[in-house]
Design a protein around this ligand. Structure first.
Ligand code: ADP
Ligand code: MG
Length: 228
């Protein structure tokens, strides 16, 4: 039952000594991380090092083996807190699409707020894509979204996260299916939200994007790096 309270993210989200196991294998080992509100944090690390798993635990999608989570000074469970899930906008590595309209795929609402929707579309660089669709926002995407490119799918995922106006935006390899131009445009949009939202993103490509803090995840261990 998701009922633990966690109504705000005003100053900091602290994660202490987090462990996550998968089938007796320690995937995340004793990781600690503090996300100050408004910060941009980058985690780099090779494929298989546990980046996506760590994000899943931080976002409250997977329950940890062990660990302490403190929001604005109060201990809580990200896995159990429904309030917390409404603070988070998560763009996973693989975006699932539903056999519904584009509008529904972004908002997950039947009567979405049009201004918020267009704002999310614009920030995700989807404006042209929407304008070229036969029925615009009402165009049905079809099962699994056939005919949608990897880059479009990823931008729909970004729009879905932004529509929620999250306090914590979590991005997993978000530019991996995008060309350089589109990904730098999207990152500029995301950086322009600096201060209004905290951003945690992972990438296997260390030389891409700037951040306030950079960490390296190596075989499940998180290490703070000096300015990269
Ligand atoms: P990264 O995102 O850095 O590539 P992942 O978090 O996807 O790394 O995976 C790290 C390790 O977690 C994998 O090597 C795998 O052994 C393990 N793992 C965690 N959850 C699962 C799962 N549901 N299915 C299979 N392997 C998993
Ligand atoms: Mg991954």
């Amino acid at each position: 039952e998701r009922n633990e309270l966690c109504p705000t993210f005003a100053s900091k989200y602290e994660i202490e000594n987090l462990n996550f196991n998968f089938k007796n294998k320690e995937v995340i080992k004793n990781c600690s991380l503090t996300i100050n509100f408004g910060e941009i944090i980058k985690i780099i690390g090779p494929s298989g090092s546990g980046k996506s798993t760590l994000l899943d635990v931080i976002a409250g999608i997977l329950p940890p083996e062990k660990g302490k989570f403190i929001m604005d000074g109060k201990e809580f469970s990200p896995y159990l807190s429904r309030d917390f899930s409404s603070l988070v906008g998560y763009v996973p590595q693989f975006i699932s699409l539903i056999d519904e309209s584009l509008s529904y795929n972004i908002t997950l609402e039947i009567n979405p707020d049009k201004d918020k929707l267009w704002n999310a579309i614009r920030k995700s660089q989807l404006t042209k894509f929407v304008k070229n669709l036969a029925y615009g926002m009402d165009t049905r995407l079809g099962e699994g979204g056939e005919g949608i490119s990897g880059g479009q799918r990823q931008r729909i995922g970004i729009a879905r996260a932004l529509y929620r106006k999250p306090s914590l935006l979590i991005l997993d390899e978000v530019t991996s299916s995008l060309d350089n131009k589109t990904s730098s445009e999207i990152m500029n949009q995301i950086y322009s939200m600096r201060g209004e939202v905290s951003i945690l993103f992972v990438t296997h490509n260390s030389n891409t994007l700037k951040a306030d803090k950079t960490y390296l995840l190596n075989k499940g261990k998180l290490i703070r790096k000096n300015k990269i």
